[in-house]
Design a protein around this ligand. Sequence first.
Ligand code: ZN
Length: 97
Amino acid sequence: MTLEQLLSEVRQRRLILTWSRRRGLVLWAPNTYVPAATRRAIVAHREELIRLVEASDIRVCPAQDLHREYWIHDGGQHYTCAICARLEPIVRRRSVA
Ligand SMILES: [Zn+2]
């Protein structure tokens, strides 16, 4: 599965990705079925996914409908989600606990 195919899956299934120094990339999907192929792809692409999560890239925004009006164009083809940027440190702290 390519990174773009995986990102499409992440959007469709509204999966929440975060990371912590201790645990690395964390998939947060309570009560959500995640196919084994998707889980394997998340592991395979973890370095790119961590970079996207750290940057609050809209491609890993789990609430695209609700957050869309807060997306910021950062030049070129890069868009940041301002809501995810504010939530990410909170989610990251929860993921460490
Ligand atoms: Zn967002």
